[in-house]
Design a protein. Structure first.
Length: 252
């Protein structure tokens, strides 16, 4: 399995508009962060997790066009506002794209992008999608995917497990059921917004604690704000934990 981090930033992205902090003015490309998303290639199946505002740019940059499905974690703007650019994938693949999420996310897609599902919509292209609500294990091609219920503040959202890899962005609390579903995980990607605590995201210390509790052999931090400078952060982390960065490719 190959995982490519297309974006590792928080909702503002990094640099933040108008900010002159050391992260936002850094010349280290690892401090430039698009909104959070990953591409996963396993055997002949290719998956996108979330459709952030920069999705089109990300797909072009990494020459990604054979997408088998989109997995939605939730529908906050930084994770969903590239949804219309599914049209480009449709144009290349000549078929509708399966999109998976929990019931709330699927209903929110229908509400936010109501023009897609309005039979009276006239003019302009619309994404061709097949929406599916997931409640347990499901398959894309023959690849098993396990949705992982987590909390983003008080909101129920999803992470995903694929074989021995798991992705938990925008996470503030992990459910007991999900701890069980994460048993035996090798590589974990987990939310880590900043050093200070936050009501809807994990801090660096909270993420480190959860990684230890889960027992992942290797972990990567994502959804990083401009409060976290890459080199400073990596020097504060245990040997088995690294901050992810846009363009990072890992083999699982």
């Amino acid at each position: 399995m190959e995982v490519t981090f297309l974006g590792t930033g928080t909702s503002h992205g990094v640099p933040v508009i108008g900010c002159n902090c050391k992260t936002c003015t850094s010349d280290d490309p690892r401090n430039v962060r698009n909104r959070a998303s990953v591409h996963i290639k396993i055997n002949k199946t290719e998956l996108l997790i979330d459709t952030p505002p920069e999705m089109r740019i990300q797909l072009l940059k990494y020459n990604l066009k054979e997408i088998d499905a989109v997995l939605l974690t939730h529908t906050h703007a930084d994770h969903i506002m590239g949804f219309d650019d599914i049209r480009g994938i449709n144009w290349y693949q000549k078929k509708p794209l399966p999109v998976y999420g929990n019931l709330f996310s699927i209903n929110e897609v229908k509400r936010i992008f109501s023009y897609i599902f309005n039979l009276k919509h006239l003019g302009g292209g619309i994404p061709q999608v097949n929406l599916s609500v997931v409640e347990g294990d499901f398959y894309v091609n023959h690849q098993k995917i396990t949705p992982l219920p987590i909390y983003h503040g008080k909101r129920n959202i999803l992470g995903y497990r694929i074989n021995d890899f798991a992705y938990l962005t925008d996470c503030s609390k992990i459910t007991q059921k999900t701890y069980q579903l994460l048993d035996g995980i090798d590589v974990l990607v987990i939310d880590s917004l900043r050093y200070k605590s936050h009501p809807t995201h994990m801090s660096v210390d909270e993420a480190i604690s959860e990684i230890g509790k889960i027992g992942a052999k290797k972990a990567y931090l994502t959804h990083l704000s401009h409060r976290l400078e890459h080199n400073e952060l990596i020097n504060k982390l245990p040997a088995n934990i690294e901050p992810a960065y846009d363009g990072l490719k890992i083999q699982v």
